[in-house]
Design a protein around this ligand. Structure first.
Ligand code: F6P
Length: 403
């Protein structure tokens, strides 16, 4: 019998548990050597499959595979490249050629909304060509904006980081009798889940104001509120999503192939406005990549689910399922129970899930429904393996798969 192989693709922005899903998929694949002969990794997302840059993950040492559980970034490399609409595009010839050449029967794409567009296109193409290749999506995005699922992998750990970072920051910010207006910028282009997560903090460290893309931002109202809080408390703590709408200079903003602007700098812009208009000292804080990479605040719940999702993806493909993404259905919050289910890729691809209005109260608080939703997701701590005080990371041999 001809070899049946699998290829795993990481795509879009990394999360602190994206490599944990890869770990789960490798573990599960190794449990079925009769069904999966080789476990390949595609370098830099779909680009590896286009250019034939595949590595043999089965040849990696188990100690290094174990370290995937605490390794930030996307160990295989990632991309934000969008595949063309037209299946006659020469890129698809290259993808099909590599799938056939390397006897790949199972394709896994681990990513967010845009990456599920890639996954969906590959599933549709192989189906159209009548190839026996199963394609499954593995969800992840710190933005938590994937449709059809209770939550997205990576979001709980990023939320846990944001919550704890602001908790510590707030204690420092309030230490001075007369402090500053601190504006903390958190990732999330069109969805404010991560920013809203700081609502879980106790009153003494919770931001005074929250601004998320789901709610309109009124600059004049913002200035009035900031002034009032500063005069009352001697400092102000504000959490904003990078994507909130206010007059800012977009002329130098870069746009990716999915048409998304690379944001960043909103806190700095708003601080300038506060200084100019209110003459109050400010500090702009951009949590930036740290929020999706920081391993010490990985939520154990998130990591456990990430590993399990990798396993479920491989099991589903081996059962002959294709064109689906693994999703979570919440059965109960207290105790927290979820089921792993599957959703059609074409329902997930390019859709966006926002915070429902029932979870929002106003610019100062989210609702109890939101807190109940988030609380179980950030539960559980991880212990990092360290060498000389530095968290250890996976180092792969990256043995290239020969043509
Ligand atoms: O993948 C989601 C995300 O982390 C967003 O929250 C953020 O806007 C974006 O990626 C940043 O992407 P990049 O690192 O490519 O600038």
């Amino acid at each position: 019998m001809e070899n049946k192989n699998m290829v795993y693709i990481q795509s879009g922005g990394p999360t602190s548990v994206i490599n944990s899903s890869l770990y789960g998929a490798i573990l599960e694949a190794k449990r079925h050597p009769d069904l999966i002969a080789h476990i390949y990794g595609s370098l830099n997302g779909i680009e590896g499959l286009i250019d034939g840059n595949l590595i043999d993950l089965g040849a990696e040492d188990s100690e290094q595979i174990e370290l995937l559980l605490q390794t930030p970034g996307a160990i295989l490399g990632t991309t934000r490249r969008k595949l063309p609409k037209d299946f006659h595009d020469p890129i698809y010839l290259k993808i099909i050629d590599n799938l056939k050449k390397h006897h790949i029967n199972y394709v896994f794409v681990n990513g967010g909304n845009d990456s599920m567009d890639t996954c969906n296109k590959i599933a549709a193409l192989v189906n159209e060509l009548g190839l026996d290749i199963k394609v499954i999506g593995v969800p992840k995005t710190i933005d938590n904006d994937l449709a059809c699922t209770d939550h997205s992998l990576g979001f709980p750990s990023a939320a846990k980081f944001v919550i704890n970072a602001i908790h510590a920051f707030a204690m420092d910010a309030k230490a001075f009798k007369k402090g500053k207006v601190h504006i903390i910028e958190i990732m999330g282009r069109n969805a404010g889940w991560l920013t809203a997560s700081a609502d879980l903090l106790p009153e003494e460290t919770r931001p005074h104001l929250f601004y998320i893309p789901e709610r309109p931002f009124d600059l004049e109202e913002f200035l009035v509120d900031i002034k009032k809080i500063y005069e009352e408390k001697g400092y102000a703590l504000v959490a904003i999503s990078e994507g909130i709408n206010f007059p800012r200079d977009m002329s130098r903003v870069r746009v990716d192939s999915f048409g998304h602007a690379q944001l960043g700098g909103a806190a700095t812009d708003l601080c300038t406005i506060v200084e100019d208009r209110l003459n109050i000292p400010t500090r702009a804080v951009e949590l930036s990549l740290t929020q999706r990479a920081f391993p010490a605040f990985i939520s154990l719940t998130d990591r456990t689910e990430a590993v399990r999702t990798g396993e479920v993806a491989v099991q589903s493909a081996l059962q002959g399922i294709t064109g689906k993404m693994v999703v979570f259905k919440r059965i109960s919050t207290y105790p927290y129970i979820i089921n792993y289910e599957l959703a059609d890729l074409d329902k997930v691809a390019n859709a966006e899930a926002h915070i429902p209005s029932s979870m929002m109260v106003d610019n100062t608080r989210m609702s109890q429904e939101f807190r109940d939703y988030l609380s179980p997701l950030i539960e559980g701590e991880v212990t990092l393996k360290c060498k000389d005080g530095i968290a250890d990371i996976t180092r792969l041999k990256r043995i290239k798969v020969k043509d």
